[in-house]
Design a protein around this ligand. Structure first.
Ligand SMILES: [Zn+2]
Length: 453
């Protein structure tokens, strides 16, 4: 992904987000279904429907919510709050209502943000039947007392919960999970950034058409209930997940944050930290906490999967979070493209993190004789030779390439290139227990793919 490609990739990611932005998604209903169908045009996606009322662990798949219209009309018949202008205006999962009432009776059902008087908040009421409207504080202040007509033309009825699953088989049945939520209406960073980057990542893997070591599973699911539903129905597949990431809030300009899995020292935790430290400015690694996105479910003690969460801004910590200001201007093409590159590079580390054995372990082999030791050259040459020395020293069959990259403070890619060179020169071999991985997989981050529409 050179600079030119990453510009085009960023533009395409943003264009895709813009296509999905107007859809009124929720944890069930036609909005998420329509979103999954659009993703299905780009990657092989199975859309799964789970009926309302299905028990999933301690939860129950809720009734399906659909909405056609919603408004508050003043006495002159003018819409003073209008769902058709912005889908955040209706409390997500709102029960239907059509009534005339004074403003004083409507007030308990109105939500605004006084600190940001122009922004519309995003509020939900999934598990308690209620109705309501969200509006800017300025809009609220402008409403005179009096009678209004309130209408929410929605349905809450038996139907199903929809999620999307893209499975790409590799050489091994061991899996890498990429999961993102697809249940927020017009919100860009929290929702669409993860969804568009995950789609592009899956598309790159498909277009690489390479012999990957791992099998890959991409989930596009409603937050919380979607992850719980998938885990309840797929306990066998869950047991095959070796590494995973939840992708969310990865389209804005903030520095990267990676929240570790519950295990804290999983290979994915180390791979993510390593890649972020070499590719990005001042990343921050966060310890696991039982609050956040669907890593909460994947890391629940019964599963305890090695799944972390990749973010730029952290949920709840930026003012635009869950408001109309988390819009298409808040996410940027180059930030989306950089996030895609980070994800692809993390997959490269996982794919190539083998253990090797030095075939000439008694003192240093003479590299100069093999043309592997140059005495002149710049910094990068020095790094390359350094990588060879580190590899020869630490390749005892125990240390993985990531162990060596961490200890040498060199980028994984440099270590991997050196390992390939030393293998060609018969100085290294894959450690016996890693022989199954002899087939060297393609490098995901180096595939110049612009996701096409
Ligand atoms: Zn959210």
């Amino acid at each position: 992904m050179d600079r030119v490609d990453s510009t085009a990739t960023g533009r395409e990611l943003h264009r895709f987000a813009a296509e999905l932005y107007p859809i009124c998604r929720s944890i069930t209903g036609d909005g998420i279904r329509q979103t999954l169908k659009i993703i299905q045009q780009r990657i092989p996606l199975e859309i799964v429907e789970v009926p309302s009322g299905t028990s999933v662990f301690d939860w129950t798949v809720p009734k399906e919510w659909n909405i056609r219209d919603g408004y508050i009309k003043d006495s002159s018949g003018r819409r003073v709050v209008d769902f058709l202008k912005c889908n955040l205006h209706v409390l997500n999962y709102s029960a239907p209502i059509h009534a005339k009432m004074p403003l004083s009776e409507i007030r308990p059902h109105l939500f605004s943000i006084p600190a940001h008087p122009d922004w519309i908040p995003y509020r939900t009421s999934y598990y308690k039947e209620d109705w309501g409207f969200c509006l800017s504080h300025n809009q609220l202040l402008a409403l005179p007392e009096g009678d209004y007509e309130v209408c929410i033309d929605s349905t809450l009825a038996d139907g199903s919960l929809s999620y999307g699953e893209c499975f790409l088989p590799g050489q091994s049945s061991d899996e890498i999970l990429i999961s993102c939520h697809a249940c927020h209406p017009s919100l860009a960073n929290d929702n669409l950034s993860g969804l568009t980057v995950a789609t592009a990542l899956a598309r790159i893997l498909v277009e690489c058409n390479a012999n990957f070591h791992y099998s890959y599973r991409f989930l596009f699911i409603p937050g919380t209930i979607g992850a719980i539903t998938w885990l309840a129905r797929n306990r066998d597949a869950a047991a095959r997940i070796r590494h995973g990431m939840v992708l969310t809030c990865i389209g804005d300009k903030a520095r990267f944050h990676y929240k570790k899995s519950r295990r804290g020292d999983a290979e994915i935790d180390r791979a993510a930290a390593h890649v972020l430290s070499h590719l990005t400015e001042a990343p921050e690694i966060l310890e696991f906490s039982p609050y956040g996105y669907d890593e909460r479910q994947y890391c629940s003690p019964g599963f305890d999967l090695a799944v972390g969460c990749l973010m730029r801004s952290v949920w709840g910590s930026f003012p635009e979070y869950h408001t109309s200001a988390d819009n298409l201007n808040f996410i940027e093409p180059k930030c989306l493209a950089e996030s895609l590159r980070v994800c692809a590079t993390i997959l490269d580390v996982l794919e190539n993190n083998g253990r090797y054995r030095n075939l000439s372990p008694f003192c240093e082999p003479q590299l100069g004789r093999r043309g592997l030791y140059r005495t002149t050259g710049g910094d990068s040459i020095a790094n390359e030779i350094n990588a060879r020395l580190w590899l020869l020293n630490l390749s005892d069959g125990e240390n993985s390439l990531l162990d060596i990259a961490e200890r040498s403070r060199l980028p994984f890619e440099t270590i991997l290139e050196a390992a390939d060179l030393l293998r060609e020169n018969s100085l290294l071999e894959l450690a016996p227990e890693a022989k199954g991985r002899e087939e060297v997989p393609a490098k995901v981050a180096h595939k110049n793919v612009v996701p096409s529409s």
